[in-house]
Design a protein around this ligand. Structure first.
Ligand code: ADP
Length: 429
């Protein structure tokens, strides 16, 4: 077993032990030399006696339990307080161990992470993950740094990284003692981001592959069996056009999403008026509204309704919300776009633009996930409407960049209301 149970004084460095035993050895040496010089003691027994005294003085006698505990240890008391304060002040869980693996100090985060850790007890008994124990053993055996990652499932599912770094702590006698500093880092957020990125790439390639497969299938058909069939050719070209449009739209949405994400930390600083932007979107969607037999009622106050915003992104945002209302809420026959003056949760004045439809609505279990990329209530329905599943995700990101937020209210059979909230621009800005 690499983690030794022997008291750490056994391992106390020789210079420290010599300093400890120095006086005894000098006194014994002088006394024995005097006795030999006076002829009271022959030289040979004198040498043997000196050797015995030296051995006794240098042997690291086992201290009693209390002394051993106080032995935090030969470490200088002033340094101990400083070391303690540093360990306590570390933001991540941190534990300082002596060279045998006993806990010298631990901070509150470490006590929370591993409640079984106790001062002056072996850390390996409190940290049961096999990865930690073997990293600890190796670090103690080699006094070299070690790293280990491990997966904790209790009390919550999380990925952790343990870093063990040997540190030299000054001792009371002017030497240094090799201790081990264990720090823990929570890798869970990083893992989640990695998983999300992998999911995103898998989803995006799947979404692109589907229309691509359809396109190449039709190309094969047009080159082969349908080569001389003008009627089939016309029909297939129509389908190919729809698929190509879908791919273009998907790529367009992906690029918009990544552009908005890239500039997420830069808040737009141009003053824009929301009323003409919404009017332009409604005009552009009139043909779709006519096709779906939906009437759009716009109920907005007189301009200006100024916010600090990016015109192109706002056009995209309202286009997504109103187009969704026309596509998914068409059965209600009516869409209302209106404005409310309200206050945000922290009391700041905000404009709320409501897009309300009277369609089938959305079941409550879907509401929290609607703004996730590629999330659709009904994939087939979304695809048949030319949807990409990215619209509301884009809306959410655009709003976040504008320091706004999206509210979604809906009840099945009662339509849906999507509300975009924007902080009002201060006139001085
Ligand atoms: P899509 O490109 O599929 O429209 P969105 O991100 O814009 O993607 O919307 C995600 C899903 O939310 C849609 O597929 C649809 O199922 C649902 N949805 C969005 N708006 C409405 C609405 N007004 N009424 C009912 N369902 C809606």
């Amino acid at each position: 077993m690499a983690i030794d149970d022997t008291p750490s004084s056994f391992f106390a460095p020789w210079p420290d032990r010599l300093r400890h035993a120095g006086l005894i050895l000098i006194a014994a040496g002088l006394a024995l030399t005097a006795l030999v010089t006076l002829g009271e003691l022959p030289p040979a027994p004198a040498v043997v006696v000196f050797a015995l005294i030296a051995a006794a003085a240098l042997v690291p006698w086992r201290k009693d339990a209390a002394a051993s505990r106080d032995d935090v240890r030969t470490v200088d008391p002033v340094e101990t307080a400083a070391v303690n304060a540093i360990v306590a002040g570390m933001p991540d869980p941190a534990v300082l161990l002596d060279r045998a693996g006993r806990v010298l100090h631990l901070n509150a985060a470490a006590a929370q992470l591993a409640p079984a850790l106790r001062k002056n007890e072996l850390a390996q008994f409190a940290l049961r993950s096999p990865e930690i124990v073997s990293a600890l053993r190796e670090a103690i055996a080699t006094t070299q740094p070690r790293r280990a990652t491990y997966h904790d499932q209790v009390p919550v599912d999380r990925w952790m990284e343990l870093v063990i770094t040997p540190v030299a702590v000054p001792t009371r006698f002017g030497g240094t003692d090799k201790c081990m500093l264990m720090t823990f880092h929570d890798l869970t957020p990083l893992r989640r981001v990695e998983e999300m990125r992998a999911d995103f790439v898998a989803n995006a390639s799947h979404e692109l592959r589907t229309p691509l497969a359809a396109l190449s299938g039709f190309i094969d058909t047009l080159q082969g069996p349908a080569k001389d069939d003008p009627k089939a050719r016309e029909r297939f070209l129509g389908i190919m056009h729809t698929q190509a449009t879908r791919m273009a739209r998907l790529i367009d949405d992906l690029l918009s999403l990544s552009r908005v994400e890239l500039s997420a930390h830069v808040r737009p600083d141009t003053l824009v008026d929301l009323v003409p932007i919404i009017a332009q979107v409604v005009d552009g969607l009139e043909p779709l509204a006519r096709e779906r037999q939906v009437e759009i009622d716009v109920d907005l106050p007189e301009p200006p309704l100024s916010i600090a915003g990016d015109r192109e992104e706002l056009l995209r945002l309202f286009e997504n919300l109103i187009e969704n209302a026309l596509k998914y809420g068409a059965s209600g026959g009516r869409v209302i776009v209106s404005l409310m003056n309200a206050r945000s949760t922290d009391g700041a004045p905000e404009y709320r633009i409501l897009v309300r439809d009277f369609g089938p609505g959305i079941a409550p279990e879907h509401l929290p996930r609607l703004t996730e990329r590629f999330y659709r209530v009904d994939v087939g329905d979304s695809r048949s409407q030319g949807g990409t599943g990215l619209g509301l995700s884009l809306v959410k990101h655009i709003l976040a960049r504008h320091r706004g937020r999206l509210l979604i209210e809906s009840a099945p059979k009662n339509g849906a209301t999507f509300t975009a909230c924007f902080p009002q621009a201060r006139l001085s800005s």
